[in-house]
Design a protein around this ligand. Structure first.
Ligand code: NOJ
Ligand code: CA
Length: 702
């Protein structure tokens, strides 16, 4: 049955599967297709199921145990033996509806080991898939005597490293991913706080659960390798965090986000974990170019895909974060008025954008913290939904919907059908959701199983109505967009908004995002602010940040050219140019935002160093768009153009001005136009100012 369905859904790809069964006589070895990566699965001297990973004679992971503690069930993975193994080869090429690359190769060798227990624990199967650039493994337990309804109390997946590698990580807050990345040895993960993260960043009500990090966490080794740990296909399970464990070797151990009663995962057998993933690359850019997370998800399940397309938006949004307009009607500065929205729609239509996101159009914002305050369908009196959607249609652009739930899940679920039906009725095909604040009912967390189920429910309900989603305060991305391509993008990142009302994001932050958060999938950072110091917004409106007792006026820590570069560096199929139309109007650099695509045929990392700089080149058709960003240090690059087809190009370079500096002179920029032939000219010089960047358009002309 499984095999038949598998073939049905993969009709358009080349797939070769060979399968072999055997009873293992010793450790089971799974090698990558190119033979460079080797995973060995075995039972250690204490009877514990274990695995280790090597790459060309280097140890990636030393003997690491795997196990599960269910309520009233002996430990799975202890006192066990491997009784059987099954092998498959997966050789597949597939084409996502949208993404960083139009063609994705899924080549790996798969082995499932079947274990039985002497301690009376249920039989289990652990499947490993080993790719050239990493591996994934997951555990499955079929229903059997003594294992039907289960309650998982702990997953004990260990990652034991041969050395205390450098790690880039965010705290394992159970409600938010909106943190600055810290750089420490593995053994210090979760043990220090970044000065820019709010003091609650580890989360409040977590009892005595040890502190650690969320995933993806990225590591660099002293012998020049880069690793990233994450998970793929998180479907009906709790989000996995990682905590360092005391022991001889640096070890990270899984810690799942709990239900209010402490149970981690509950359900009815079969029990199936998401894939636990380890990416391995010779360069930090290799991690970005990998498709391992997507390949560990199932093929597209949606047949109704007409509305699923990447879009470039403007938003009635930033003005609210600045305080110049409001989400609600209080104070007479309501942003989402019919007139204002039409102004945005006109600006979008006139400049080749696809639509406008509008927040604060529905009632309830004044009483956000009251239960049941939003009904998600009633517009404020100065917002005419039928008129606006008809106007948008006339202008050939879209209204993008918004649903801020304030974390009130039961209230939202009660109204979900009516809410999505209303959007469908008015032809709104793209909706942003939000879950700011603590989850109600209290005791549930954004990253626990209960919320994973909620996010999935919203996704599938939206899919049925041909609606695409952009979730804010989401569960982390684990590659689900392959299966549900209406899951376009999500936040789960300390994005632009933090510059409006906190001490902001240092230049290094967006560099690090490319090598960490972006490995999970698209991120709705919302770049594109031109008024870097908010000079055009009166101080009287501005929020003043009091986080951690520090009062500071908001501003960006960026140059203007860098804002353009972020559209290429930080991938998202929904990109919202986040500044106000009046800050774009007539600005020469706005031309780049008009032109930059939101969907790509191919993506390449040109250079990069964690914490320092990164350059990406992305292709649409024969044209390349390049984005390069640096930390607080100026840099000069000679960018190799080997990614581009040989030939003639017209090149426009949006660079930092001679005197640009993210602190003292952020808006100094220069635009230069040149013609070049990549047959003769093999590289391009760019200079990035401190906190700066460069955005380059290369259009093929022959
Ligand atoms: C937080 C989201 O990240 C932001 O984009 C949104 O504007 C506010 N919540 C209000 O919903
Ligand atoms: Ca947010």
């Amino acid at each position: 049955m499984f095999v038949i369905r598998f073939f049905q859904t993969l009709i358009v790809v080349v797939l070769l599967i060979s399968s072999a069964w055997a009873a293992p006589s010793g450790p089971v070895v799974v090698s990558s297709p190119d033979g460079s990566l080797k995973t060995t699965i075995f039972v250690n001297g204490d009877g514990e199921l274990s695995y280790k990973v090597d790459r060309k004679d280097q140890s990636i992971l030393q003997a690491s145990t795997l196990g599960f503690q269910f309520r009233d069930v002996p430990t799975v993975g202890s006192d066990c033996e491997i009784v059987r193994e099954q092998e498959r080869k997966i050789r597949e090429t597939w084409h996502p509806l949208w993404g960083e690359n139009k063609t994705i190769v899924n080549n790996c060798n798969e082995t499932t080991v079947f274990i039985t227990h002497k301690n009376g624990a249920p039989d289990a199967a652990v499947t490993f898939r080993v790719f050239n650039d990493g591996l994934g493994f997951r555990t499955r337990i079929e229903p059997q005597d003594g294992f039907k309804d289960y309650e998982l109390l702990a997953e004990n997946t260990n990652f034991v490293f041969p050395a205390d590698h450098t790690a880039w990580w965010i705290p394992d807050n159970w409600d938010t991913y909106e943190s600055i990345y810290s750089q420490t040895p593995i053994t210090k993960i979760g043990q220090v706080s970044h000065p820019l993260n709010p003091s609650h960043t580890h989360g409040a009500a977590r009892g005595d659960a040890p502190h650690g990090c969320n995933t993806p966490v990225t590591l660099s080794t002293s012998n020049g390798l880069y690793l990233a740990l994450h998970e793929a296909n998180l479907t009906d399970y709790a989000g996995m965090t990682l905590v360092p464990r005391e022991g001889a070797s640096p070890t990270l151990k899984s810690q799942l986000v709990p239900w209010p009663d402490g149970v981690k995962v509950r359900g009815e057998a079969p029990f199936l974990t998401p894939w636990r993933t380890v990416q391995v690359a010779d360069t930090p850019g290799g991690l970005i170019e990998s498709s391992l997370i997507l390949n560990l998800n199932e093929p597209n399940k949606l047949s109704q895909v007409e509305n699923i397309r990447p879009v470039k938006l403007l938003g009635v949004w930033w003005s609210m974060h600045l305080g110049a307009e409001t989400w609600g009607m209080e104070g007479g500065r309501h942003g989402a008025t019919t007139e204002n929205v039409k102004r945005y729609l006109d600006f979008a239509a006139d400049n080749g954008f696809d639509g406008v996101l509008v927040e604060g159009w529905n009632t309830g914002w004044e009483s956000w913290y009251k239960d049941d305050n939003f009904d998600f369908t009633t517009p404020y009196e100065d917002f005419d939904l039928p008129e606006i959607t008809a106007y948008a249609k006339k202008r050939g652009v879209e209204l993008v919907g918004h649903l801020e739930t304030g974390g009130q899940i039961e209230s939202f679920e009660k109204r979900l059908d009516a809410t999505l039906d209303q959007y469908k009725k008015y032809g709104v095909t793209s909706v942003k959701t939000g879950y700011a604040g603590q989850i109600r009912p209290a005791g549930q967390y954004h990253h626990g199983q209960w919320m994973v189920r909620h996010y999935r429910k919203v996704l599938t309900e939206a899919a049925e109505r041909g609606i695409t989603l952009n979730a804010h305060e989401p569960i982390k991305d684990t590659g689900l967009r392959r299966t549900y391509p209406n899951m376009m993008t999500r936040e789960g990142v300390r994005g632009m908004e933090w510059n409006a009302w906190s001490r902001g994001n240092p230049p290094e932050h967006t560099v690090n995002l490319a090598f960490t958060r972006m490995l999970a999938g698209p991120l709705d950072y919302t770049p594109g602010i031109f008024d870097i110091t908010f000079a055009n917004t009166g101080d009287e409106y501005r929020f003043w940040n009091k986080i951690d007792g520090l009062e500071t006026k908001g501003r960006l820590h960026s140059t203007l050219a860098r804002q353009l570069a972020l559209f290429v560096v930080l991938y998202s199929p929904i990109q919202m140019a986040s500044d106000l139309p009046e800050n774009y109007e007539g600005h020469p650099a706005f031309q780049f935002l008009r032109e930059v695509p939101v969907d790509w045929d191919e993506s390449k990392v040109v250079n990069g160093k964690l914490g320092d700089y990164v350059t990406l080149a992305r292709r649409q058709g024969n044209d390349w768009f390049i984005g390069s960003i640096t930390d607080e240090n100026a840099r000069e690059f000679s960018l190799p153009l080997t990614f581009a087809k040989p030939g003639k190009y017209e090149v426009v370079i949006y660079a930092d001005g001679k005197d640009a500096d993210f602190q003292s002179n952020p808006t100094d920029y220069q635009i230069s136009k040149i013609k070049l032939n990549t047959r003769q000219k093999k590289s391009l010089k760019v200079r990035l100012a401190p906190g700066g960047g460069a955005a380059i358009v290369m259009r093929k002309v022959d």
